[in-house]
Design a protein around this ligand. Structure first.
Ligand code: SF4
Length: 413
């Protein structure tokens, strides 16, 4: 077999990693190696997010250790039966690459995942060793996100948490039946058990750090997961119900949604086409409503039909249009929870309204200073000098509020 250069490996293994969406880096702690004589640092807010136009995070060195894999998940380009060009980094090569890129200011950290080689334990040992050498040998203070392998020994997952800022375990698909059909070597129950263990360790470490700042860190950025959208027949209601359960049961920081990309020579069990990218976007918006705006899955799905979110308008607007009797909301009197339900009004805007109305009854001109776009919220609110009249009864309100059609690019398929 011909020897592959480091840059060829990088090209292959960075490309192979692009299918993983779970690499955002919020929630890191302050690490600063200035005093220790090591290198690197992260701010309290985590390193900056940087997203490619397709929504992928690009601020980290995001690679696979190898794209060889003994598993044969049908939706994965790196499955054992795939015909892709393979490559593998050694542990030291990844360490050198990370330090090299870091010193050149190309990256602020590492997102490392891998296909499974030899055994889940062997692969996990290699991933942990990368993180250990970076942290212990080189006193690397940058961000590290390790993808963990649920089938690996829990002790290895525990070691991973000692070095990484964030850990993740991919749930892969919204239900166990789909996992069994499309990823036959994986086990939904085992994945959730590993998630549960991680969640417990994250919580315990947090509690210990509260009583003593000297207590060891364990994945201070928490743990996350990724779900592939559109590889099976699960609808948005099913996907959001699964996410809601994962947040509630395992204390996950984030569920990332990754639209299925059709792959060469794929199984007939998979759809021939990718789902619309907008579906992924709407799921992220709905996920936000679940986590920060007090919506339940059932409420969010009131704005969709047949278990799918409306792709034309955002889920909060879709819900409001189905619940017009709850509007208009008096900006000067409503509680925070009610204000958060007004389409077009975000958490920051609500905070500013609550602050400003302590001094005087707000008028439209005040809202114009506070909100990004007052026009969007007008049908849903009253102020000291505004009432939407019969706007909410209008049959064409949906058409008036939906975003204008976009001119398609000549160069898009
Ligand atoms: S285990 Fe991971 S890398 Fe291997 S085939 Fe499955 S999804 Fe792909």
């Amino acid at each position: 077999m011909s020897k592959i250069s480091r840059s060829d490996k990088l090209a292959i293994l960075a490309d192979a990693a692009k299918y993983d969406a779970s690499c955002a880096s919020s929630g890191s702690v302050n690490r600063n190696s200035a005093k220790s004589g090591g290198i690197g640092s992260t701010g309290g807010m985590g390193i900056c997010h940087s997203y490619a136009p397709d929504g992928r995070c690009i601020s980290l060195l995001k690679i696979l250790m190898t794209n060889y894999c003994m598993f044969d998940c049908l939706y994965c380009i790196n499955r054992s039966s795939s015909n892709v060009r393979r490559a593998a980094f050694t542990v030291q090569e990844i360490v050198d690459l990370t330090l090299d890129f870091y010193k050149r200011n190309y990256i602020e950290g590492l997102f490392l995942s891998s296909g499974i080689i030899r055994s889940p334990d062997y692969t996990m040992e290699q991933l942990v060793e990368v993180a250990r050498r970076l942290r212990v040998v080189h006193r690397f203070g940058g961000y590290i996100h390790l993808k963990t392998i649920p089938e690996a020994d829990p002790d290895l997952l525990k070691q991973a948490g000692q070095y990484a800022d964030r850990l993740s375990i991919n749930i892969e698909l919204p239900d166990d039946e789909s996992i069994a059909r499309l990823a036959p070597e994986k086990d939904g129950k085992l994945i959730r058990r590993s998630m549960n263990n991680l969640g417990k360790k994250v919580r315990e470490a947090k509690a210990e750090r509260k009583s003593s700042r000297k207590a060891p860190l364990f994945a201070p950025g928490g743990h996350s997961t990724q779900m592939i959208i559109g590889a099976d027949a699960s609808d948005d209601a099913k996907i959001l119900t699964t996410s809601n359960g994962l947040y509630g049961s395992y204390g996950l920081k984030r569920v990332y949604y990754s639209a299925f990309s059709p792959i060469p020579d794929s199984s007939s069990n998979l759809p021939a086409q990718a789902p619309p990218l907008l579906r992924e976007h709407r799921l992220y918006q709905a996920d936000w409503l679940l986590r920060f705006y007090g919506f339940s899955v059932d409420e969010i799905m009131q704005g969709g039909s047949a278990g799918q979110l409306d792709l034309t308008i955002d889920p909060k607007l879709a819900w409001a249009l189905q619940n017009r009797a709850r509007f208009p909301v008096n900006i000067n009197l409503a509680d925070r929870e009610i204000l958060l339900r007004i389409p077009g009004l975000g958490g920051k805007g609500v905070g500013k309204i609550l602050q400003a109305r302590r001094f005087s009854a707000l008028r439209l001109a005040d809202l114009e200073r506070i909100c990004q776009s007052v026009k969007k919220i007008l049908p849903f609110i009253t102020t000291a000098d505004w009432h939407p009249g019969k706007q909410l009864d209008s049959l064409n309100l949906y058409d008036r509020l939906k975003p204008p059609p976009e001119q398609l690019s000549l160069f898009e398929a």
